[in-house]
Design a protein. Structure first.
Length: 399
């Protein structure tokens, strides 16, 4: 079959919830993707922040193949060694105490919301508990995670969603205070807003929210599904803010390509929230996925990857800052580490499409007007140089 026939078959059989680009990716090697005709693409999207180590990493593949042949699934009714090891490594990397593995980011959010509600229920008894979320946030597509996602057009068709969610303005502490009530049980936010357009939390804002949570006995949930796992130059972005959440959600790069997420809590929360019978999952953290998580943490150490991200991010930022100066339609650079955005006044969808189809450069958009870059964390200066040439040609075509 040729490409056209494959795409026709796809549209005949798949629910149309994506306007996909007319590209069929067949395999990957390092930071490159290859289509069905073996044409090479430079990947600055990493499958939306998932493929931290790029494609075809042998250490990773060997670990998974070995586990695949041993056992892929047992259920959470029993112990298995990959999960035991993965949980210990995740706790160590995050500074959190207890871990629950999920199959996706949205499910990690669901678990975080249930934990916060149960914590309030345990301490204060039944109550109509409220959650303060942020405008412009993104936490996922399930009903619970959609309830705390601050983008109206994602939400509206699905009302009524979970009740008791109030939206504050991100980085505006007064707005958080204005939404606080006696029934508030948690505040949820991304440490760096991803889908919403690459907005890092201000240090002072996050520290004040942390203090407020302590003073009021409510929980701070940080969603680091996109900005965690080394993306910003530390294992988790909050580690650069001098604070710690009560509940942390992580996913995307956690398994480097196998579907796995987690929510992590402190002992204080664990002791007064979910108990046997309150929560569960059939697949979550199964031996195959847990092996991936465990291997990913080992490789972070081995490759000294957070240090590498700090260095290469500085190099990428310089390139992006040149674009801000050079092109009138590039008005701003935003982001942290290898989670970078360029704010454009030209249609960002056209830029993404042209980069992909004409330059074979894979990039993303965020919000309405942000070109979003989430390259594999293992990119080199040479990859950034090639990226620069490609994006320059795309931008020049809009002059
Ligand atoms: C991607 C993402 C999610 C949802 O994760 P899924 O695995 O797609 O369910 C939640 N929060 C943030 C910040 C994300 O970037």
């Amino acid at each position: 079959m040729n490409k056209k026939e494959y795409i026709e078959k796809a549209e005949n059989n798949l629910l149309h919830v994506y306007n996909r680009f007319p590209v069929i990716f067949d395999y990957g090697k390092g930071v490159h993707l290859y289509d069905e005709l073996d044409q090479e693409y430079l990947d600055f999207a990493s499958g939306i922040g998932v493929m931290a180590f790029g494609y075809g990493n042998e250490d990773y593949e060997d670990a998974l193949i070995t586990q695949l042949k041993r056992i892929t699934h047992t259920s959470n009714l029993y112990y298995h060694i990959p999960m035991i090891e993965a949980a210990e490594k995740l706790s160590k990397a995050s500074g959190m105490d207890k871990v629950f593995f999920t199959n996706s980011g949205a499910e990690a959010i669901e678990g975080a919301l249930k934990t916060a509600k149960k914590y309030a229920y345990t301490r204060r008894g039944a109550g109509d508990y409220e959650i303060i979320a942020m405008e412009n946030s993104f936490h996922g597509r399930t009903v619970g995670s959609l309830s705390v996602t601050g983008t109206d057009h994602y939400r509206e068709p699905f009302y009524p969603l979970m009740s008791g969610v109030k939206f504050a303005t991100f980085n505006d502490f007064g707005s958080v205070l204005a939404n606080l009530s006696d029934n508030t049980c948690a505040i949820i936010m991304e440490t760096v807003q991803g889908e919403g357009g690459l907005y890092p939390a201000d240090k002072e804002f996050l520290q004040k929210v942390r203090q407020l949570c302590d003073d009021e006995g409510i929980l701070l949930i940080l969603d680091e599904i996109q900005c965690g796992m080394g993306r910003t130059g530390s294992m988790y972005a909050f580690q650069q803010y001098g604070i710690k959440p009560d509940i942390l959600t992580t996913a995307k790069a956690l398994g480097n390509g196998v579907p796995v997420g987690a929510f992590c809590v402190t002992d204080k929360v664990a002791e007064q929230s979910l108990v046997p019978g309150d929560h569960g999952t059939t697949y979550g953290g199964n031996p195959l996925c847990a092996t991936a998580v465990s291997q990913v943490f080992d490789m972070f150490q081995e490759y000294k990857l957070t240090e590498h991200v700090q260095e290469i991010a500085a190099y990428l930022e310089d390139v992006l800052d040149v674009f801000v100066n050079k092109y009138d339609f590039v008005t701003e650079r935003r982001g942290m580490g290898l989670m970078q955005g360029l704010v454009l006044t030209i249609p960002v969808k056209d830029v993404v499409s042209k980069a992909l189809l004409e330059e074979h450069l894979v990039v993303l958009s965020a919000g309405k007007d942000v070109l979003r870059l989430l390259p594999p964390l293992v990119i080199t200066e040479q990859d950034v140089d090639v990226f620069k040439e490609k994006l320059e040609r795309v931008f020049d075509s809009f002059l």
